[in-house]
Design a protein around this ligand. Structure first.
Ligand SMILES: [Zn+2]
Length: 135
């Protein structure tokens, strides 16, 4: 187990890197244009989901492929240098994501993960979101 302090540091770094990121802003504007109403960064929910649909009890996370280790994605590969630093750090992120998704599910929320790389090639994005949310 890492110390609370180290944990807090890595949380902060993650937040700085992920909150209001470009992909997230892109997704929000897409949702907005499609007429969905949502809230942002509800801090009372596990993992602080990026976009929250309280009425539907659904949340969307926008995950950076590297930080959240998108499997099978080029950007999700481990860096070649300093594995002793990166491997445990990234594994902790993945473990935390998993724990958050379990907690959300237990609370009755359904979640969708949108990966950064899916946003860059966006043709299927809206229909994916609509499938998840319903009209
Ligand atoms: Zn990816």
């Amino acid at each position: 187990m890492d110390s609370l302090d180290a944990r807090r540091r890595s949380e902060n770094m993650r937040r700085i890197r992920s909150k209001n990121s470009k992909p997230e802003i892109f997704l929000r504007s897409l949702l907005h244009k499609a007429g969905y109403r949502f809230r942002l960064h509800r801090t009372d929910l596990p993992g602080k989901p990026d976009v929250v649909f309280p009425g539907r009890r659904k949340v969307i996370f926008v995950h950076g492929c590297f930080w959240h280790q998108h499997s099978g994605c080029r950007e999700g590969r481990l860096p070649g240098t300093r594995p002793e630093y990166w491997v445990p750090k990234l594994q902790r992120n993945v473990a935390r994501d998993l724990a958050n998704s379990v907690s959300l599910e237990k609370l009755g929320w359904r979640m969708l993960i949108i990966w950064e790389c899916e946003i860059e090639s966006s043709p299927g994005l809206l229909s994916k979101v609509e499938d998840f949310l319903g009209r």
